[in-house]
Ligand binder design. Structure first.
Ligand code: PMT
Length: 410
């Protein structure tokens, strides 16, 4: 975006998966990749076999600085053989902050609208929950056909962004709508996508899941947190445009798309990872173990018939440490209680010196630890509200709305 000094660059560190289908306009894609990389975006490219007739994978590999595949099985083999350096199509689908299909042929648009998955490109698209942008390019008759227009309507109804096509002289000699928009316009559409959202450009760090405090090489102390609440918050914050760091204890949740996931085990590791960048908003949703073993056994402890005493020492309070930073972020804590919710939550807000606290009863049969639903009592310096029982995704969105309101008053 450096060509236009009045435009703010929102592409830095964004992960763009470029899906190229087979049209003459594919010749414009290397230039788009070049501009994206110049804007600080990370770019991966996948292609259809037809696209390779118009621009070579090697060209796109050189400009994107990453291997480019058109064949699903070749990609999967490479991912199996070099797991650290090559992502499988599922990993690519999860990695992307956004997928841009450009050029999108009539055939590819039809396949997306029907949910077909018969090659690398269509399979990856179907496996991804990342926002999708489609830039059509085709002959004007094909573009204006009822079939293509119905498919475009379907994609629009699903919330997919359609960019173009532009009008003008087409490769087939006709004049009309069907040209792929210029790389600079695609770049602008991508930049605008990331500019949207009240948390656009705001760094949000969230902790999630349990911590695991080792006893010996095979045993540990932990708790029942599944990570569902913290991951839902990370997804909600991302959807609002934030740059999200999710510092997560061991859980079996999939990595939410577009989120910087930092896996940790112990409370000490969680503290160190959080302190690398607590962001402008810090939300402590993790159920951090309050204690760790004073001495972790180096070898597996042997069973005996006598009783065993483990000496525990307190873990650092991550939330309090963040709130005590010289320029602290807006801090949001959770309180997991089995009784006297309001009293204990308000006490925690005071003791930790934080801006907001979301309290949940963790003994309930329908909410709290590991449930798909939750209900929260939320308190901040000058107010309080209840979030009634709802899915953790809905609760996360409601809580983020409260956070934004209080954060923007700061
Ligand atoms: O993961 P799920 O299965 O979806 O369940 C969600 C949840 C119940 C874990 C979540 O909603 C929740 O309540 N998280 C906080 C759990 C907890 O540890 O609460 P606490 O009352 O013990 O701690 C108070 C606050 O201090 C929390 O924000 C906690 O993250 C933070 N803390 C606690 C101890 C510590 N050493 N460092 C901390 O930062």
């Amino acid at each position: 975006m450096s060509s236009n000094h009045t435009t703010v660059n929102h592409l830095n560190n964004r992960r763009i998966l470029l899906a190229v289908s087979g049209g003459i306009a594919a010749y414009k894609i290397p230039e788009l990749v070049r501009q994206l990389i110049k804007s600080g975006a990370e770019v991966r490219v996948i292609m259809t076999h037809s696209a390779c007739q118009f621009v070579t994978p090697l060209t796109l590999q050189i400009v994107s600085e990453h291997p480019v595949y058109a064949d699903l099985f070749e990609l999967e083999q490479a991912a199996t053989e070099t797991p650290g350096s090559q992502m499988s199509h599922i990993e690519l689908a999860r990695w992307a902050d956004l997928i841009l299909v450009a050029p999108a042929t009539a055939n590819t648009i039809a396949k997306i609208s029907q949910g077909m998955a018969d090659d690398l490109l269509s399979t990856t698209l179907l496996a991804s929950s990342a926002p999708l942008m489609v830039a059509p390019a085709m002959n004007s008759q094909m573009w204006e056909s009822d079939a293509t227009q119905d498919n475009i309507t379907l994609l629009t109804q699903r919330g997919i962004t359609i960019v173009g096509p532009a009008s003008g002289e087409l490769a087939c000699g006709e004049v009309g709508a069907g040209r792929l928009v210029e790389p600079s316009e695609l770049l602008k559409a991508l930049n605008d996508h990331f500019a949207i959202g009240p948390l656009s450009g705001i760094k949000v760090t969230i902790t999630a899941g349990p911590t695991r405090e080792p006893i010996d090489p095979v045993r540990y102390i932990t708790n029942r947190s599944s990570g569902k609440m913290g991951y839902a918050l990370a997804t909600a914050a991302r959807r609002l445009g934030a740059d999200v760091r999710l510092v997560s204890g061991p859980v079996s949740m999939a990595q939410p798309p577009g989120i910087n996931l930092i896996p940790v085990e112990t409370a000490q590791e969680m503290l160190s990872s959080v302190m690398v960048d607590p962001g402008e908003i810090f939300i402590a949703c993790a159920a951090v173990a309050d204690y760790h073993l004073a001495d972790v056994a180096e070898e597996k402890m042997k069973r005996s018939d006598s009783s065993l005493t483990l000496k525990l020492e307190p873990n650092p309070d991550i939330l309090k440490s963040v709130a005590q930073l010289p320029s602290p972020p807006f801090t949001v804590g959770f309180a997991a209680e089995t009784e006297r919710l309001e009293e204990y939550a308000l006490r925690k807000m005071e003791q930790k010196g934080i801006d907001m606290i979301a309290a949940n009863l963790v003994g309930d049969v329908d909410s709290g630890f590991d449930h798909d639903h939750n209900r929260l009592s939320v308190y901040w310096r000058k107010g309080a509200t209840q979030l009634d029982l709802a899915s953790k995704s809905e609760i996360a969105e409601q809580l983020m709305a409260l956070v934004i309101k209080q954060f923007s008053k700061q």
